[in-house]
Design a protein. Structure first.
Length: 68
């Protein structure tokens, strides 16, 4: 299963969070961590996935598509 950061970036932009810093602030996550998530170099897990779903409405299924 491969991580696809595009749904996170798209949902964040729809809420007006057009920068990594804005996403970081809204998710209460370290800036460097969010850079790794949005570039696809790292995978959010556990509480971070729950936070992404709660804040942006992006499900784990959309972040980890079966066809990727």
């Amino acid at each position: 299963m491969r991580f696809d950061p595009k749904p996170l970036r798209t949902a964040a932009a729809a809420r007006g969070d057009n920068s990594t810093a804005a996403i970081s602030r809204r998710l209460h996550a370290p800036y460097a961590t969010v850079i790794r998530w949005t570039s696809g170099r790292s995978v959010p897990a556990g509480p971070a996935l729950a936070s992404i779903e709660r804040v942006y409405g992006v499900t784990a299924a959309s972040l980890f598509p079966a066809d990727a």
